[in-house]
Design a binder for this molecule. Sequence first.
Ligand code: ADP
Ligand code: ZN
Ligand code: MG
Length: 480
Amino acid sequence: MSKEDYEIVMGLEVHAELSTKTKIFCSCPTEFGGEPNTHCCPVCMAMPGTLPVLNEKVVEYAIKAGLATNCEIARNSKNDRKNYFYPDLPKAYQISQFDMPLCEKGYVEITNKNEEKKKVRLTRIHIEEDAGKLNHDDYGRGSLVDLNRAGVPLIEIVSEPDLRSAEEAEMYLRKVKSILEYIEVSDCKMQEGSLRADVNVSVRKRGQAEYGTRTEMKNMNSFRSIVRAIEYESNRQIEVLEEGGKIDQETLRWDDVSGKTFSMRDKEDAQDYRYFPDPDLALIKMSEEYIENIKKSLPELPESRKKRYIEEIGLPEYDANLITASKHLSNLFEKASEICGNYKAVSNFIMTDITKFLNEKELEPDQIPFSGEELGNLIILIDKGTISTSIAKKVLAVLFEAPEDPMKIVEKNGWLQISDEGAIKEVVLKIIEQNQQSVTDYKAGKKQALGYLVGQAMKETKGKANPGMLNKMFMEELEK
Ligand code: ADP
Ligand code: ZN
Ligand code: MG
């Protein structure tokens, strides 16, 4: 059998650090970084005799996430202890949620490349505390624990095993990230670890009803590694099965450098954790009114923005999808359009020049350094003919490096468009003089020679000549 005879099955457990000011069970700051062990207190350092107090904002943020992903919200919930040897969590248990999570049975809709929609079901969303971090000592003397991150609130979003390709897994994670950014419950900075995913992968023969045994790759925090890891791990499993072997249910570590997975430990089952209700914490009871108020406070979600862009502004679905996929990009679009009043021009510029730039530099939309105002002003300069579209590309490159008002960039670099008839005529005559062959070709009926001449004139003026005027004047001269 070959690879094509197998189907990949995946479910993701996404951990997102919540952007509350304080930790989940104490009043320490959640701020990233800081000198080791400066953002902690006896509670999050797990001193015996201390008592946790649940931060209400954590519950609110988790419910927001649940509402934004179509979950049922519990009216009664609780915290449980998950017992385990955690070298970076001195309590030796993590306060999490077991059988009464805050949110259950939701879904996230993704749209694949063929514009097909698919609902990825969510099993649950629960709250829990993050662990600290081990810093491995430079001198090989051991590891030092930093508890700044211990007690930072997390939500864990568990999906059903509904994903069927690395591409779908990536789309799903991008969608979850986008939703959490829209509702402002997490900054989702993957490079800082505030959004990370455990990726569960199994394979089965096509047509087979039951799932295969899964392996789990922990704490993946880049889209690229996730895609690579899924491809590697699914191929590895297929090879094992093809050779008559069987898959061990285990936890794996993905190594980005070698591009391979390594076994970390056998997988624990729920009973290994000896979950039990945390006796130090009260039950969480939520009234209808409480949930209703949170619902009212939800900002506009990507789906609704997308609909608005398609129906009210007339953007193509593809464009609306791409722009709303990132809250940052969507905000940029809205602000720029408001400034220049030309939605279509802004979306075209985003879909072509900005997207191309992001792809080339491997940047994510939230790394765009310029403001919607600056983008809007750039579009105004193009619309008014102050600069040509080729100069606009150069201004964009500067905006990515050192953002400031586009007009200032244009002035500093002497990029104003030449729209002076006399100046344009001078260039046209010069180019005609230098390209007599093209003139002869044009007169012999090879109309594409005109494009060549315009191109030469553009080159001569370093992209600054007004293309409409160039065209017109060349025609006039050639038809003489
Ligand atoms: P645990 O905490 O033990 O990993 P969870 O129930 O929290 O268990 O998460 C299990 C994850 O693994 C879910 O996302 C689920 O969709 C996924 N999963 C379960 N079975 C399979 C399977 N056979 N193949 C791929 N993914 C699976
Ligand atoms: Zn603390
Ligand atoms: Mg897991």
